[in-house]
Ligand binder design. Structure first.
Ligand code: AP5
Ligand code: MG
Length: 231
């Protein structure tokens, strides 16, 4: 049960865990979100993954957003807000969620706050994984993904047994369409221009917690998970 007498930032008496993960492209949001999701039993909701699925299935949404995503621009707030509103109202998100890639603008952040307010709920913490542009470009150029099961690898830091094949399902690994070096720089700029206001938004509410994303994957998971356990 929720207890309105508790202070806004406390999770005491709160039966949901709602987390947003912020950070530049290639920071490791997806990698860490999967681990957090396994630890707390809440769904990992990646708006980027949802858009890529829509694009590969050639749905109406996919047709609308394909060019925008490939260029690394932002999809409209209206479409993204609707997508997230629908997703977080599904049963598997009733105990909370970990949002990866949303919100990316203040309009999205305020809208998320209002959607949760309608359910007398709130974001518990905004976890920022911070890395430099140089690290981002290196990580993304060596990222490989499985188009079948979605597993994400890195040819430098998280190598598959065979550079071209998914360890889990045997499919051939690919590079994302938006992972070309010139698009990665554009995506980084789009991130800097839009997300700094989102970071301010959560900082002003005392909800922002920043982690050094240059750390090794396992060490970073331990730090983030122990912080979330302490909430
Ligand atoms: P999205 O899919 O959200 O992409 P992104 O934010 O650019 O982030 P990435 O998925 O590229 O990186 P990541 O942080 O998840 O890193 P990962 O864990 O894979 O969005 C794509 C597009 O969709 C946007 O450009 C936009 O067009 C659209 N979109 C999505 N949401 C939107 C929204 N809300 N509004 C408007 N438009 C939206 O790790 C990267 C690599 O590094 C991997 O190879 C991994 O193995 C490796 N790695 C991870 N952590 C480490 C580590 N600590 N050390 C070494 N290697 C590591
Ligand atoms: Mg991702």
């Amino acid at each position: 049960m929720k207890d309105s007498s508790k202070k806004e930032d406390s999770r005491e008496g709160d039966d949901t865990m709602n987390i947003v993960l912020l950070g530049p492209p290639g920071a490791g949001k997806g990698t860490q979100a999967k681990r957090i999701s396994n630890r707390f039993g809440i769904p990992h909701i990646s708006t980027g993954d949802m858009l890529r699925e829509a694009i590969s299935s050639k749905s109406e949404l996919g047709k609308k957003v394909a060019t925008i995503v490939e260029k690394g621009d932002l999809v409209t707030d209206e479409l993204m807000i609707q997508l997230v509103r629908d997703r977080i109202s599904k049963d598997d998100a009733s105990k909370g969620f970990i949002l990866d890639g949303f919100p990316r603008t203040t309009v999205q952040a305020k809208s998320l706050r209002n959607m949760l307010k309608e359910k007398e709920d709130k974001i518990d913490s905004a976890v920022l994984i911070d890395v430099s542009e140089e690290v981002v470009v290196e990580r993304i150029s060596s990222r490989r993904v499985c188009p079948n099961c979605g597993k994400v690898y890195n040819l430098l830091s998280l190598k598959p047994e065979n550079d071209c094949i998914c360890d889990e399902c045997g499919s051939e690994l690919i590079q994302r369409d938006d992972d070309k070096p010139e698009t990665v720089r554009d995506r980084y700029e789009v991130y800097i221009n839009n997300t700094k206001e989102v970071i301010k938004f959560y900082r002003s509410q005392g909800k922002l917690k920043t982690f050094d994303g240059a750390k090794e994957i396992d060490d970073l998971s331990k730090s983030i998970i122990s912080y979330l356990e302490s909430l």
